[in-house]
Ligand binder design. Sequence first.
Ligand SMILES: CSCCC(=O)C(=O)COP(=O)(O)O
Ligand SMILES: [Mg+2]
Length: 226
Amino acid sequence: MIKAILIDIEGTVAPISFVKDVLFPYSKERLEKFLEENKENPHIKRIVEEIKKIEGKDLSLKEAVNTLKKWIDEDRKIAPLKDIQGFIWKEGFEKGDIKSPIYEDAYKKLKEWKEKGLKLYIYSSGSVQAQKLFFSHTEHGNLLDLFDGFFDTRIGNKKEKDSYVKIAQKIGLKPEEILFLSDNPDEIKAAAQAGMKVYRIVRPEDAEFIDNFPFRQVKDFNGVKL
Ligand SMILES: CSCCC(=O)C(=O)COP(=O)(O)O
Ligand SMILES: [Mg+2]
């Protein structure tokens, strides 16, 4: 019996274009100013050290900015980039510059599942801070109360089985009691390997059904049967 639903963000509850065409440019344009203004903040210093470690060399502030910009262009899903983006998006969400467009079907089903007593969790490459901002500033208002917890790549890569094993442990349920929803076929395979029930969400504007894909595929949340 399904007791909890674990949900991806980009391509699943919101269009990929929102992340690529709104969120990413917003962070890219403000990176340099943000790092310059916050270079003495211990939290930001730690993140910059992580960037240097990944690159395997010392970096000037300008070089760190260029590295982050390159990672945004390459859509790298790595924690130090996602942490910095979360800090930059904070201002955009709080000033009202950015509002998250949640698909209507996702919004309605999330509310329905919550009312039925299911636990709802998010697992996204966006930092936990960014996820909370994303759901507290949506076109449907503040949806933060719908969720029982948030996971990002600090728990592990979304394409690896172990990340889902760890999430099930944190939630305190058996993997088979958790349903995972994502647009990404590799994430679906990894969650299924961990023993979770899965559905791939295939938004027509973002993706296509894969022939002979060994797991269930539906075009939106209305197709998900518990
Ligand atoms: C506010 S969440 C930001 C989303 C993001 O940065 C991202 O890379 C989305 O990846 P996902 O794992 O949700 O597909
Ligand atoms: Mg996704």
